[in-house]
Design a binder for this molecule. Structure first.
Ligand SMILES: [Zn+2]
Length: 274
């Protein structure tokens, strides 16, 4: 599943190919995605340039003068920049054509979304209630400390709550907590200001590292068989059950938290109250 660093990598990958370019044609081969693709999409888009490509949480925002095309890649979506006449394969549901090349959405499981919003994108119901972006200044130690007071929920679940902070999925929540040496099941309200500060730094660091690694896959956007934005990176704890901790050699443990697998080093990440 694409997480925030993957979506940011995709945004950077497609931007030079579509920014300022006029959408000439919209081809919808399969309108039944997570929500129906608007029937009048071509009418809204054709003839207009893509002015800017932004990201909010895991949504890509293609801003046009009259509104915003909101795209989400769901569980299995990917985007490619291809010659416009490239024959479509199975699950190639939508093309935006810009003359000689196109932006093509491929999504086998169809949990992705393509929506049009003709007002401020940030006020769309899917985006309006989202918490701050993890890489922006609004996500800081004071904010996290205030947001966690009186909360008995496990800190990992709180970190994955998009009303608290967006785009921290299972992998990056586990990795950030290891980086901050905080047990994933630690009640959020018991984490000191100092440790909140360290956790904020670790979330930013882990996501920035992943985005930096994603940069190496940017050229894959223009290859039909490329897997842009999906990259193997060196994970410290996620998926490493029983493997030796890279810091202390203690076997990594897997626990269940809120239906999700969590990974931790019991030596480096003890449960504590301080
Ligand atoms: Zn360890």
């Amino acid at each position: 599943m694409p997480e925030l660093p993957e979506v940011e990598t995709i945004r950077r990958g497609i931007t030079p190919h579509i920014q300022g370019k006029i959408i000439r044609e919209v081809i919808v081969r399969q309108p039944r995605l997570r929500w129906p693709v608007p029937a009048d999409l071509a009418e809204q888009l054709c003839g207009h340039p893509v002015e800017q490509i932004d990201r909010r949480s895991k949504y890509l925002l293609l801003r046009l003068s009259g509104g915003t095309l909101i795209m989400h890649l769901g569980m299995s979506g990917s985007l490619h920049i291809l010659p416009a006449d490239t024959p479509p394969k199975r699950h190639d549901h939508l093309d935006l054509r810009f003359g000689t090349h196109c932006l093509r959405l491929h999504d086998p499981r169809r949990f992705g979304a393509v929506l049009w919003h003709d007002a401020t994108a940030e006020e769309h119901p899917l985006l309006a209630k989202l918490g701050p972006e993890p890489l922006q200044q609004a996500f800081n130690a004071d904010y996290l400390y205030e947001a966690t007071r009186e909360r008995s929920v496990a800190v990992k679940n709180l970190l994955m709550n998009s009303r608290i902070v967006v785009g921290v999925g299972n992998i990056y929540a586990s990795e950030s907590l290891f980086c901050a040496r905080i047990h994933p099941a630690q009640p959020a309200g018991k984490i000191s200001k100092r440790r909140c500060s360290r956790l904020v730094d670790c979330v930013k660091q882990v996501l920035e590292q992943a985005i930096a690694q994603g940069g190496t896959s940017l050229r894959d956007f223009t290859r039909e068989d490329g897997r842009p934005g999906y990259f193997a990176q060196q994970l410290q704890v996620y998926g490493r059950t029983d493997a030796a901790c890279r810091c202390c050699a203690t076997p990594i443990r897997r626990i269940q938290l809120g239906q999700r697998s969590s990974y931790l080093c019991p030596h480096c990440q003890p449960l504590s109250t301080a």
